[in-house]
Design a protein around this ligand. Structure first.
Ligand code: BG6
Length: 484
């Protein structure tokens, strides 16, 4: 179904995210007929470009990311796009910008802040001063919201003085990924899982978000962030919430977010007293990625004075009745051997085996949810190896690849989320209290690392992080899932 006509203004319109992700995502939705033709998309940045210059950039970006474009459709899409050169910290041009946005008062207005969080406040204040914060306006805040609890609160307070919480969409694109939403369907649409979804039946959970890329030209941003701020505080904790939350009473935005919040608030604190035991930090050195030699982090940064982690492994615990004693092993990093994001739920060992040990090992059941690539779900079961030759046990997956099962390309997370904003559905966006709870847990970890004075452990690009990450889980008699 098409949305209502809208004006979408992307601050940071020439940035990497806008060009590589947001504009191609909008193109896909346009092709599918969901964006009414009178809608407008306006890129805003400081660069002194005109409409034609920006349109040429967008055309290149769409052509680079979409294998086959239809010329007439792409022309129509490009025709919706405009550009305004503005500096959030200077008044020049804002009046003309406000007049332009005000031309279509019946449109939904979305202000997408794809900029550094330091600019969020200035931009919102200017939007407010021109009255662009009326009831049909919405603001989207890209992560990271601040760099700790205090700065996140300062941003949320300032944005909150201009936009109501109901107009504020804090985006975490992991919540737009198909498999993440499928967790809701799997958990709450089947009788099979929920009765087993607790510490009596689940041994542990692993979440791996591995990337082969390095920090490349994002080193400036990344060095101030690091893996915990860039991936764990937001994306990975959101995945933890989706796995661990209680059944919400409905899919209404607050019913879901209330349950996620309870998970975040139940995370057991990690601080100076236990960070050494529960966390491992790494930083890559030169090595290989996808068969090619690649530089180390210091080379990309242009300095060897950084303590920023490009890899983190953690053992998290959720202190509530459902999850007491079930570790959640989390790991993420740049320059790992393969690009994979996966949630692996390992059930408990059987209490007793009736089989001859010669039949083969009895492995615990495992449910693997693969977010990317090859999105899908695998449920590992023990079965009898077919044929004569006695009862030989095999551990095999019931394997559902979404692409094979449904024969469709999975939409990019941003496609769904941008249209959710236009439609006014905040279910898959973070509420302010979630961001606070996530920082409340992540902040003391960062402080503990800082206080320790230690540097992250080096690892060679193209390996699974420092060996201490393996030790973190093996100490507990478990291993990182091998299909991760
Ligand atoms: C972003 C991080 O939020 O997510 C990046 O800032 C990371 O560092 C990216 O590469 C990963 O997203 P995806 O969808 O490619 O897994």
């Amino acid at each position: 179904l098409p949305t209502e006509p809208f004006d979408l203004v992307i601050f940071g319109g020439t940035g990497d995210l806008a060009v590589r992700k947001l504009l191609p995502a909008l193109y896909h939705r346009f092709v599918d007929g969901q964006i009414p033709a009178s809608s407008r998309i306006v890129g805003v940045a400081r660069e002194g470009l005109d409409d034609a210059g920006y349109r040429a950039q967008v055309r290149d970006a769409v052509e680079a990311s979409v294998p086959q474009t239809v010329a007439a459709t792409l022309d129509a899409f490009i025709g919706m796009i405009g550009y305004r050169s503005l500096d959030a910290r200077k008044a020049d041009g804002w009046e003309e910008f406000a007049a332009m946005v005000g031309e279509q008062p019946d449109h939904i207005r979305v202000f997408y802040l794809s900029t550094s969080p330091e600019l969020f406040v200035d931009i919102c204040e200017r939007l407010g001063s021109f009255g662009l914060n009326g009831p049909r306006s919405r603001v989207v805040l890209e992560k990271p919201i601040g760099r700790d609890l205090a700065s996140a609160n300062a941003i949320n307070d300032a944005v909150g003085r201009v936009f109501d919480e109901s107009q504020t969409y804090r985006i975490d694109h992991y919540l737009g990924k198909e498999t993440v939403q499928n967790l809701l369907a799997l958990r709450f649409g089947n009788a099979l899982f929920e009765p087993l979804w607790n510490s009596s039946h689940i041994d542990h959970v692993q979440i791996t978000v591995a990337e082969t890329v390095g920090v490349g030209h994002r080193a400036g941003y990344y060095d101030r962030a690091g893996a915990l701020r860039d991936m764990v505080q937001n994306h990975i904790l959101q995945l933890v919430c989706m796995v661990a939350m209680e059944p919400p009473s409905s899919l209404s935005p607050d019913a879901v977010r209330d349950e996620k919040l309870k998970v975040l608030r139940s995370l057991r604190p990690i601080n100076s007293s236990n960070a050494g035991q529960f966390t491992v930090r790494g930083q890559y050195r030169a090595g290989a990625a996808e068969g090619q030699g690649v530089p180390g982090y210091f080379d990309e940064l242009g300095s060897d004075q950084s303590k920023t982690e490009t890899f983190v492994a953690l053992k998290a615990e959720i202190g509530n009745w459902r999850w007491a004693g079930v570790p959640f092993y989390l790991r993420t990093g740049k320059r790992l051997p393969t690009r994979v994001s996966e949630i692996v739920v390992t059930f408990r060992q059987l209490p007793h085996s009736i089989f001859d040990p010669a039949s083969g090992p009895l492995m615990p059941n495992r449910l693997t949810l693969r977010l990317q690539p090859d999105e899908g779900v695998k449920l590992w079961l023990t079965i009898k190896h077919p044929g004569p030759g006695g009862l030989r046990l095999r551990h095999v997956p019931l394997d559902m690849s979404f692409a094979t099962a449904f024969g469709v390309q999975q939409p990019d997370a941003y496609e769904r989320l941008i249209l959710d904003v236009v439609r006014g559905n905040p279910t898959l966006f973070m509420r302010r209290d979630e961001v606070e709870a996530a920082w409340n847990w992540a902040g003391p970890i960062l402080e503990a690392w800082e206080a320790s004075g230690e540097t992250p452990k080096p690892y060679t690009a193209g390996t699974w992080g420092p060996s201490a990450a393996v030790a973190l889980i093996e100490r507990d008699g478990r291993t990182w899932a091998e299909d991760a």
